[in-house]
Design a protein around this ligand. Structure first.
Ligand code: DP6
Length: 380
């Protein structure tokens, strides 16, 4: 017998940025963060996992590359954990196996002993991995959700999320603790809509989890426009860049203690009220402060380029004019660890913004226009 499950998870784009770890193994952040999950059909990862007593090894296929063999210590054998590689992936899979054993196999002796079997995992992104978009977030979220489904731990359906079905054995927030071990930002991609990741304070990390602030249906007119400025892989990875910031930036302390807690409260209120002016201002301010702490790192890290900075000036000018005429903001930019812009705006303003961006940034056809996508809202 072969058991199988397939799950997709979309990319999320942070409005309040996660940047810095207080524990690099458990991936515990130095500050809370908040993001919007894009719609399922746009940028997402899909993972199929299967298990069978007949699989001789655990294998991982990533985007159609040849499979990679993964050595996992078995839960029951005497293999010492140090005998096999301890990686982000093996930590996620071991946690899932432990939950399978404790919550299913130990309770029901007739349940298949999947926790002892090898896995075959295949994961695909429907967007280029090199595009500098957060592929690790959707990738680890899809992997966690897929193995959890295979193990019978989560049986989410939209009805269940609305409280109509049976509760899953493990909630999405509990699963976010496992996705977090793969990549910090992945914990937020287990939910649709508006998602916060609480930094938590426990050394064990059990309070460092994601929760949904509101489903996408709460604010369906909010759109995200992805502008691929440069599809190359970033020069400084988030993982190494953020630890250099933790070690060298004095500004980061101010951000952690004084700025982010206030912004988290402000943006949660803005989302609840569907107040684009507050949402947009906080989002732009936080993107700018994240790039300021990158610059305050020694040696400094530059993620934005001249095109990124011109997009900032364009959106700020658009907002200045709009504030004079209608007293409202029209758009908010945000940049992650790379030069690509994400522009949040109400749906009615998207055509104007697309025209403006394309007028001022007439990049080669196929490198920009093709990837300029309007991403709509999605339900939880
Ligand atoms: C700038 O989640 O990729 O996108 O936890 O080391 O895997 P690791 O880092 P990662 O960092 C994301 C940083 C960011 C901001 C954010 O998404 O909050």
């Amino acid at each position: 017998t072969i058991y199988q499950a397939t799950t997709s998870a979309p990319v999320n784009i942070a409005c309040i940025k996660y940047w810095g770890k207080r524990d690099t193994t458990l991936i515990l952040p130095t500050n809370s963060s908040l993001s919007v999950t894009l719609s399922q059909n746009d940028l997402s990862s899909t993972t199929s996992s299967s298990t069978s007593p007949s699989f001789p090894t655990t294998l991982l296929w990533l985007n159609n590359l040849p499979p990679e063999q993964i050595d996992l210590p078995s839960l029951s054998s005497s293999t010492s954990p140090s005998a096999v590689a301890d990686t982000r992936l093996t930590r996620c899979l071991l946690q899932l196996k432990k939950l399978r054993k404790e919550l299913v196999e130990d309770k029901d002796p007739s349940a298949p002993k999947m926790s002892e079997w090898n896995l075959h995992i295949a994961s695909y992104n429907n967007f280029p991995t090199a595009a500098g978009l957060a592929s690790s977030a959707s990738g680890f979220a899809a992997l966690t959700a897929s193995v959890a489904a295979l193990y019978g731990l989560n049986t989410f359906s939209s009805e269940q999320e609305q409280g109509q079905g049976n509760d899953p054995l493990v909630s999405a927030s509990q699963l976010s603790l496992i996705a977090r071990l793969g990549s910090g930002s992945a914990c937020r991609s287990l939910f649709g809509g508006f998602v916060s990741w609480s930094a938590g304070s426990l050394p064990s990390g059990t309070d460092s989890l994601a929760t949904q602030i509101a489903p996408a249906s709460h604010w369906p007119t909010l759109h995200a426009l992805i502008c691929i400025v440069n599809a190359q892989k970033k020069a400084t990875s988030s993982t190494s860049g953020m630890q250099r910031t933790v070690q060298t930036s004095a500004l980061l302390q101010h951000r952690i203690t004084d700025v982010v807690p206030r912004r988290m409260e402000g943006i949660i209120d803005a989302i609840k009220d569907r107040d684009f002016d507050a949402f947009g201002r906080i989002t732009m301010d936080d993107s700018n402060q994240f790039h300021a702490v990158a610059l305050d790192t020694s040696p400094p890290i530059f993620y934005m380029n001249d095109v990124s900075r011109s997009i900032i000036l364009l959106i700020e000018e658009l907002n200045r004019v709009s504030l004079l005429t209608s007293r409202h903001l029209v758009a908010a930019y945000t940049f992650d660890a790379g030069p690509n812009a994400v522009i949040y705006a109400e749906e009615k303003h998207i055509p104007t913004i697309v025209n403006l961006v394309l007028r001022y940034f007439p990049l080669e056809p196929g490198t920009f226009e093709d990837k300029l996508g309007v991403l709509g809202g999605k339900d939880a």
